[in-house]
Design a protein around this ligand. Structure first.
Ligand code: E4P
Length: 228
């Protein structure tokens, strides 16, 4: 499973990718509005920050297929690099996905809340489908089960579309979708600290530090390298 950052803030993403093995950035209209800046500026700044090879996913705000396609092509032209247009899982979206794939665009079908939405978007040609895990849990749907069903159906039918799970509130949800076979997840930048931090790791390191210091003081292993 690969990790992406769900953010429109280039500074936050720069700090994250310096430390974590992040393979792309996703944005959505709500995340963009939080920055209170022009969408074009945000996307260009993000592209400059992450380079041309890293995936960058941005969503259309159009609702009819022809308009979605026009907007997608314009965004792709502007942002360049490894760009994915996010198309909502609607009937118009299905049409737009097919049109965009014919034009060689990379597409992420977004706002997925059911297995059938995922399957239809995959059949239309989407490269990724993005089920919203916590938003499903919020309405008492077994979100992990839905991700598992999507993964099974894709496997059953030899579909190469990948699952990019989104919308998380806790580490357990992340782990559960990984177990179900989600190929990718996207998380807000601050969430990554929750994934890596563990009190037992801190305790283990404190123990090593105390034991080492008791014998070697401030010296480090590199201070004791044997020279030939
Ligand atoms: C999809 O683009 C987002 O990752 C998703 O909407 C975030 O969901 P949340 O608002 O529940 O975090």
């Amino acid at each position: 499973m690969i990790y992406l950052a769900d953010s429109a803030n280039a500074r936050d993403v720069r700090e994250l990718i310096d430390l974590f093995p992040i393979e792309g950035v996703t944005t959505n209209p709500t995340i963009m509005t939080r920055e209170k800046r022009d969408c074009g500026e945000l996307l260009m700044e993000m592209r400059k920050t992450i380079g041309k090879d890293m995936m960058l996913h941005a969503q259309t705000m159009q609702t009819c297929a022809e308009d979605m396609v026009r907007e997608a092509l314009a965004l792709n032209e502007m942002v360049g690099g490894n760009f994915y247009i996010k198309i909502p899982a609607t009937a118009q979206g299905l049409k737009a996905i097919r049109m965009l794939k014919k034009q060689g665009m990379k597409v992420t079908a977004t706002a997925i809340f059911s297995t059938q939405q995922a399957l239809l978007c995959a059949r239309a040609g989407a490269d990724f489908v993005a089920p919203y895990v916590n938003k499903l849990s919020d309405i008492c749907v077994d979100a992990i089960g839905v991700v598992g069903e999507i993964a099974r159906e894709f496997e059953n039918f030899g579909i190469e579309t990948q699952i990019l799970s989104a919308s998380f509130r806790n580490v357990d949800q992340v782990n559960q979708v990984a177990l179900m076979g989600s190929h990718a997840i996207t998380l807000p930048v601050p969430f990554y600290e929750k994934l890596i931090a563990h009190p037992m790791t801190d305790l283990a390191l404190a123990g090593f530090e105390a034991d080492w210091r008791a014998v070697y003081g401030d010296k480090k292993p590199e201070d004791m390298i044997l020279k030939a």
